[in-house]
Structure formats: structure tokens, C-alpha cells
Design a protein around this ligand. Structure first.
Ligand code: UDP
Ligand code: MG
Length: 331
């Protein structure tokens, strides 16, 4: 049954997996069932992100049973972004679909997204919109409403729901972006930046029935920092000096004038005793700003490092029926 056609599927479905043992058989069955309803050939690239519950072994077994399933096993937990990237590095289809392993996304919606890409040449990426999100209100939905607003107003992507894992892309968009850290949360901004025209399609969403969420309120602060960075990145990447340089000049100029004035007074023999608390306050604010600025410059360097291709992102082993080795990625 192996033909050239089979060995290079038209759709590559990428799923990051971290401790989802109980979800895996159903995940594979439900994706298969959904994809049989549509005309394109497909493969599943399931990326085990260093699970400790036997998910990797189960994925290998599934890959042995189903020729359309490939298991990529990362040697430790790198996080959802790197897991997705490990999948993206191996896609062969002209369309790429992502969804979560926990069946919170509805595999039955995949054909809907693909249909849009097939029929609408003006769209490069279709993003799921969880109109009926089934997650905790305070710890999950509220931060994400705020994040959606903030990203909408600070980047040129206007979406209702950035965080939905169920998305479909034309392959070239995937080839143009690189994920690491927590960047998977900002894929629409990165894709838009890579020239993608993005459409949003309402999709179903279910509560998790098996396993536990890997994210809690503790991640909110990290996400806020990522948000600061992504906004900074989108606006100032080509001129990082502009981000803080102007502010720095506005602060430094009066500072220099004050010092000159104090120097003058000193020379005239006057006492220049000051108000230590005020000074401390000013210093703390300035130091805080400098730390943030240094952090952002650091992020910028990290990003250049990863995207130049020299940054190590993950170690992986691959299992499953791969008739042809994945082609080298054009960069
Ligand atoms: N995941 C992962 N690595 C991690 C954390 C999560 O690959 O370090 C996967 C997880 O198995 C799931 C998806 O990312 O397929 C989303 O995670 P989860 O369902 O826990 O997030 P939530 O739906 O609660 O936002
Ligand atoms: Mg989930």
C-alpha cells in the first residue's frame, strides 16, 4: 500500500504530549476518524515532551500499529514550544495542523480548518476560536481575555482567541517561524510577522476528562514577561535603541544639568546636602528600568541566537513508519 503519495502526506498534524498516557489511544483514533472524512492524505507527528508516565512508550507502540503515526521523543521536558518545534522540523505535508493531546480540542473540527485553507487562497493560517471555552474562569479564562486584548492592541493581529491550540497553516508559514521558550502563546503574532494572512474559525472546546493541566496560575507572571517581550519585539526589533534610548536621553539630560548645577554650588562653597529617600526612590526606578532594558536586549540576543539555527533546542529520537527521510529544511 505504500505509494509515493502515501510516503509524503498532504497534511502533517503535530501534537505535543506531556504526561497524557490515558488520552493517547483515543487521540489517535479520533484524529483518524476525523481525517477519513476529508480527501487529503495525512500523518500524525506526536512529540513526547519528556513524559514521566509512559506516554513515550505508548506513542512508540501506536507508531508501530499505525503507519500514519510518527512518534518523536524528546530526551527531557523542554516545554510545549520546543515540542511543537520538534514536530514542525519534521512536517512533510503542505498543510500543518496543531492541536493538544488532551482532547480539549475537537479532532472533528480539523477538516473545517483545512477546507478553509483549500478554498480560500487569501488565507495562510486558520486559528481556532474557542467561543465556548471549557476552562476555569479566574485562573485561565480571565488572564487569557486580558492577554488577548493586550496582544490585539499592541500587534497588528486582531483575534478573539490567540491561545487556542487548534490551528492550521500553509507549510511555508511554519517554515518561517521558530518556537522556543513560551513563544507558542504568540504564534499568531509571529505568523503575521512572517506574512501570514490569518482567519479565525469558531471551534468546539471540551473540558479535560483525563490527566491534568500542565499550566496553573503560577505561569501567569512568566506569560506577562513574555507579553512585554513580544510587544517590544514587534515594535523595536529593527531599532532596539529607540525602545529605551529616547527615554534615557530625557532622563539623562536633566540629570546632567542637575549635576552641573550642584557642581557650580559646590565651587561657590555652598553645602549640597540632599534628601536621601528621594534619591533612593529615583535610583530604584532607574535601576528597575535598566534591568528591564537589559533583559529585553538579552532576549533579543537569545532570539537571534535561536533563529540563526545555531541554538540548541532539543534532543530527540524518532520512531514510526517514515518511508522517506524528511527533506532538509530550506532556511
Ligand atoms: N505540553 C507539553 N509540554 C509541557 C506542557 C504541556 O508538550 O511542558 C502539552 C500537553 O500535553 C498538551 C498541550 O501541551 O497536549 C497543552 O497542555 P495542557 O492541556 O496542560 O494546557 P491547558 O489546556 O491547560 O492550557
Ligand atoms: Mg489542555
Amino acid at each position: 500500500m505504500t505509494s509515493v503519495h502515501d510516503s509524503k502526506p498532504e497534511v502533517s498534524i503535530v501534537v505535543p504530549v506531556y504526561n497524557e498516557f490515558d488520552n493517547l489511544p483515543d487521540l489517535v483514533a479520533r484524529i483518524d476518524e476525523a481525517m477519513r472524512q476529508q480527501p487529503l492524505s495525512y500523518e500524525l507527528i506526536a512529540v513526547d515532551d519528556g513524559s514521566t508516565d509512559g506516554s513515550a512508550k505508548r506513542l512508540k507502540e501506536l507508531a508501530e500499529q499505525h503507519p500514519w503515526v510518527r512518534a518523536v521523543c524528546l530526551v527531557r521536558n523542554y516545554g510545549q514550544s520546543s515540542a511543537l518545534q520538534a514536530g514542525f522540523d519534521r512536517v512533510r505535508g503542505r498543510y500543518v495542523v496543531t492541536l493538544d493531546a488532551d482532547l480539549q480540542n475537537e479532532p472533528g473540527d480539523i477538516p473545517l480548518l483545512l477546507e478553509r485553507l483549500e478554498n480560500d487562497p487569501d488565507v495562510d493560517m486558520v486559528s481556532g476560536w474557542r467561543k465556548n471555552r471549557q476552562d476555569k474562569a479566574l485562573s485561565r479564562r480571565l488572564p487569557s481575555v486580558l492577554a488577548n486584548r493586550l496582544i490585539s492592541s499592541s500587534t497588528n493581529v486582531k483575534l478573539h482567541d490567540y491561545g487556542c491550540a487548534l490551528k492550521a497553516y500553509r507549510r511555508e508559514i511554519i517554515d518561517r517561524i521558530r518556537l522556543y521558550g513560551e513563544l507558542h502563546r504568540f504564534i499568531p503574532s509571529l505568523a503575521r510577522d512572517a506574512g501570514a494572512r490569518i482567519a479565525e474559525v469558531p471551534v468546539r472546546h471540551h473540558a479535560r476528562t483525563r490527566g491534568v493541566s500542565k499550566y496553573g496560575i503560577d505561569r501567569t507572571f512568566r506569560v506577562i514577561l513574555d507579553l512585554i517581550f513580544i510587544v517590544f519585539f514587534m515594535r523595536f526589533r529593527q531599532r532596539p535603541l529607540h525602545a529605551f534610548g529616547g527615554l534615557g536621553l530625557w532622563l539623562a539630560t536633566p540629570g546632567i544639568l542637575i549635576l552641573l548645577w550642584l557642581l557650580g554650588e559646590k565651587i561657590m562653597g555652598e553645602s549640597i546636602g540632599g534628601r536621601p529617600l528621594l534619591m533612593a526612590g529615583v535610583m530604584l526606578v532607574l535601576m528597575g528600568m535598566q534591568f528591564i532594558a537589559a533583559g529585553l536586549i538579552g532576549e533579543l540576543l537569545t532570539r537571534i541566537y535561536y533563529e540563526s539555527g545555531s541554538g540548541l533546542q532539543y534532543y530527540a529520537k524518532e520512531y514510526g513508519a517514515v518511508e522517506t527521510a524528511p527533506e532538509p529544511q530550506a532556511s
